[in-house]
Ligand binder design. Structure first.
Ligand code: COA
Length: 357
């Protein structure tokens, strides 16, 4: 059987997340995402995704171990030219964790370590590239607050931490997708977790997967004012262009993550012109997509409101895909662990259709 892009082909049985595209439902290990994000921190949900359990009530689970980068990884990051794109810097720095770094560590511990390290890597390269002094991690801060602290050098406002953490929780895991598949394919050769995450980062870099939030900001900037929405979108659709932040391979109704992020945006309404533009534009764009692409069921995907939230907290667009990746590190590593627990190497077939001499 040939299925281009493996569309709709089931390659894996998983207990980590279920994505019900037709009814717009996302669950992590059986629990609805809306319930999880209101009751648990990012750290607790990460623990849950890796182990299927929550930390004991008397146990505080933190993502501290791994915030101190190995010296050679710092040297690798510091040696990169400032124009190196962040996704490339992250992939290169993670490659620096060669297997011996984790000798004899259980894979769950490696997962925690890499998850704690990735935001530190991002902040280090971001500040280097912008000629800013490095801000060391603050052990008194949570994973999300510490990320904002290392990026900006100022203690973040609670509302900003809350908005970002909502986004991170919603994007930690999403079943099978290109980067998660890349991680599972790599670990299925009995390679190591570092290699699996490096593969995933390479896949995440592409604009059809992890690159959309920056493109949404460009779209909102091109629209600029509410009066321009119809004109700009019509022109794009007439030219056969895709509207960034709309459409999803799986969700054929509203993306549940998009709904929860829109709720957060509503909480911040009136505080940021971009948020207000995004909420107004959403309705008009959906109506125009239905006119130009009838029956395709195109709604906002998670990137649309993610971009609006990032803009509201002044996160520069170059940090969007890296931040998405930092969140998704939990999903990638959870899938790699699951793959190894019942492994078969991925080995599909190809059919030769070229010339025969
Ligand atoms: N804007 C305009 N038209 C779109 C569209 C968009 N954002 N997304 C899909 N379509 C149209 C396609 O042109 C196609 O039309 P056709 O039937 O006339 O050829 C139809 O909808 C189906 O497109 P297809 O690419 O087969 O759908 P898909 O479900 O496989 O695509 C995406 C999913 C995400 C790749 C696609 O919606 C897209 O490119 N979106 C924009 C990029 C984006 O926001 N990515 C973030 C991913 S989380």
């Amino acid at each position: 059987m040939f299925q281009k892009g493996l569309k709709d082909v089931v390659a894996v049985h998983t207990k980590i997340a279920s994505v019900e595209g037709d009814i717009g439902e996302l669950r992590y290990r059986g629990t609805k995402i809306g319930e999880l994000i209101t009751e648990h921190s990012y750290e607790e949900i990460a623990y849950f995704l890796w182990t299927g359990k929550f930390p004991e009530q008397n146990e505080t689970f933190t993502l501290q171990e791994g915030r101190e980068l190995p010296e050679h990884v710092k040297i690798i990051i510091d040696a990169l030219p400032s124009e190196t794109p962040l996704m490339d810097a992250m992939r290169t720095a993670i490659s620096g964790y060669s297997h011996h770094h984790f000798t004899n560590q259980p894979i769950e511990q490696q997962a925690r370590h890499l998850t704690a390290a990735l935001p530190v890597i991002i902040a280090r390269h971001y500040r280097n590239a912008n000629g800013l002094p490095i801000v060391e991690p603050d052990p008194s801060l949570t994973h999300t607050a510490n990320y904002l602290w290392m990026l900006t050098g100022t203690k973040p406002a609670d509302v900003h931490v809350e908005a970002l953490e909502t986004y991170l929780k919603l994007t930690m895991e999403h079943g099978m997708n290109a980067s998660t598949f890349a991680a599972r394919v790599t670990i299925s050769t009995e390679s190591d977790l570092t290699a699996a995450v490096t593969s995933a980062l390479g896949a995440m870099k592409g604009p059809l997967h992890g690159g959309a939030p920056s493109a949404v900001i460009e779209l909102l900037e091109e629209i600029g004012t509410q009066e321009n929405i119809t004109h700009v979108i019509r022109k794009k659709l007439q030219n056969g262009e895709r509207i960034m932040g709309f459409g999803h391979r799986i969700y054929k109704t509203e993306d549940p993550r998009s709904i929860l992020l829109r709720d957060k945006c509503d909480m911040l309404a009136g505080q940021d012109g971009w948020l207000d533009l995004a909420t107004t534009a959403e309705k008009e764009i959906i109506a125009l997509l239905e006119t130009y692409k009838p029956g395709r069921k195109l709604y906002t995907n998670v990137e649309y409101y993610a971009a609006a939230i990032m803009r509201a907290i002044d996160m520069p667009p170059e940090l969007f895909t890296p931040t998405f990746s930092a969140a998704r590190m939990v999903g990638w590593t959870a899938h790699a662990i699951e793959q190894l627990s019942d492994n078969t190497i991925f080995r599909p077939q190809s059919v030769y259709i070229g010339k025969k001499s």
